[in-house]
Every structure is written in structure tokens, then in C-alpha cells.
Write a protein that binds this ligand. Structure first.
Ligand code: AMP
Length: 144
């Protein structure tokens, strides 16, 4: 199964936050959209990082509640690893496991951001696939 197949089902929406917005704004966006990470843009159309809920928790642990007034740029990860639509989901799962993150932006050959894959998306598709295989097996046994 490819990353493209997952994006065809879930869509290509990617929620973003400005690097000069504060962490409180970012936390509100995460909560509102029920997601775990935002891509960070610099306001000039360039993606400069990724901010996940873990980055906000870490900032609060280090700076207390005042952390929510810090700019996103102070808490985000700047070296963002991405995948491409034609990558296999196993490759993405391996990337998430090895680097211990749960979100991978998808970038096409032209360098455009075309979606984001989360561990939840991957698990959902793997469960659907397993259920389909089980149903096919039961059907096969019943009609054999
Ligand atoms: P997550 O598990 O995705 O909530 O993120 C855990 C940590 O990894 C946070 O510090 C994120 O900023 C960072 N992170 C998340 N996704 C990526 C990615 N694709 N590339 C690099 N760092 C990431």
C-alpha cells in the first residue's frame, strides 16, 4: 500500500501555523482540528518546521505556563523528514518507529506539500486491510 492510497482516502489537507504565532494559538488549532501536529510556515509560503503536541508539552515542562506565550519558532523541530506519495506505507512506519515521531509530511516530485500522514492514518488503513483479508478468507472457506 502506498502513501498516495492513504491520501486518496483522507484527503490532502495540511493545517499550518505561522512561526511567529504563539504556542497558545497553536494549541488551540491542534484542539480545534483534533490533530497532533502543525506544519510551520514563515508567512512567505516557506515551510520552516513542524510543531507537535509534544513540543508544546516540552516547552511547558521547561518554562511553565508562560511557555504558551513563546513563538512557535522557539519550540518547533526545524529538520523535518518527509516522504513522497509513491513511498510504501511500510517505509513510513519504519521512519516513524526509528525517529520516534508520529507525523510525516508528504512532498511530491515538484517539491509541493501534498498531505501529511499520521501514525493514526497508517494504523487505520492496516486494520481495514486486515479486516478485508479476514472477510475474504471467510468467504473463500464458506464457498470452497
Ligand atoms: P510526534 O510524535 O509526531 O508528535 O513528534 C515528536 C517529535 O518529533 C516532536 O518534537 C516533533 O516536532 C518531531 N517531529 C514530528 N514529525 C516530524 C517529522 N516528520 N520530521 C522531524 N521531526 C518530526
Amino acid at each position: 500500500m502506498t502513501v498516495r492510497a492513504i491520501l486518496e482516502q483522507k484527503g490532502s489537507d495540511v493545517f499550518t501555523v505561522r512561526s511567529d504565532a504563539n504556542l497558545e494559538t497553536a494549541a488551540k488549532q491542534l484542539s480545534e482540528h483534533r490533530i497532533g501536529a502543525l506544519l510551520v510556515d514563515d508567512g512567505k509560503g516557506r515551510y520552516t518546521g513542524i510543531l507537535s503536541e509534544r513540543d508544546i508539552v516540552r516547552a511547558c515542562a521547561n518554562h511553565g505556563i508562560q511557555a504558551l506565550q513563546l513563538p512557535v519558532s522557539k519550540a518547533m523541530t526545524t529538520k523535518v523528514l518527509h516522504c513522497s506519495p509513491q513511498d510504501n506505507v511500510h517505509y513510513v512506519m519504519e521512519m516513524m518507529t526509528r525517529h520516534r515521531f508520529r507525523h510525516v509530511p508528504v512532498v511530491n516530485e515538484a517539491g509541493d506539500l501534498v498531505g501529511i500522514i499520521s501514525i493514526g492514518d497508517v494504523v487505520k488503513r492496516r486494520i481495514e486491510q486486515a479486516e478485508q483479508e479476514t472477510a475474504e478468507m471467510i468467504q473463500y472457506i464458506a464457498t470452497a
